[in-house]
Design a binder for this molecule. Structure first.
Ligand code: AMP
Length: 124
């Protein structure tokens, strides 16, 4: 899948759309999700143009991968989630119900989150 520079997170990175920023460094930007699903719901995105986790894991440099995941951990610590715990989610592609085609990791926390997922059956 070709990267679409018109996606909403690309616009946030270019400063064309506002966000409620939590953290920024050379590799990543983190901001509050506009439609939070938990008391803490933050998105962490790489600054490079990667469509998805699949694209990022295949194409990003070791420095980009390390920098991004260090940023995710830093965000969780800054949000005070490291002691209480948190959940990461990277929706990917159609079955993953990815809506925004710029790789992002959701960070959920601030309350017990329950089991990871309701059981999903394969399509009959
Ligand atoms: P998904 O691609 O399914 O992993 O989810 C995309 C997420 O981006 C959803 O949780 C949306 O609420 C969130 N989102 C979409 N537009 C914005 C925005 N402008 N600012 C913050 N979060 C957004």
């Amino acid at each position: 899948m070709t990267y679409d520079p018109g996606n909403v997170f690309a616009k946030i990175l270019r400063g064309e759309f506002k966000c409620s920023m939590v953290y920024e460094d050379e590799h990543a930007l983190a901001f509050h999700d506009i439609n939070p699903l938990a008391p803490v719901h933050v998105l962490v995105i790489p600054k490079g143009e990667f469509v998805s986790m699949d694209d990022f894991s295949a194409q990003a440099s070791p420095e980009q991968v390390a920098g991004f995941f260090r940023a995710v951990g830093e965000v969780a610590r800054r949000l005070g989630l490291d002691q209480s715990g948190y959940r990461l989610l990277a929706n990917t592609g159609v079955h993953g119900h990815q809506e925004v085609p710029h790789f992002h990791v959701h960070v959920f926390g601030g309350a017990p989150l329950g089991r990871m997922l309701d059981k999903i059956e394969a399509n009959p």
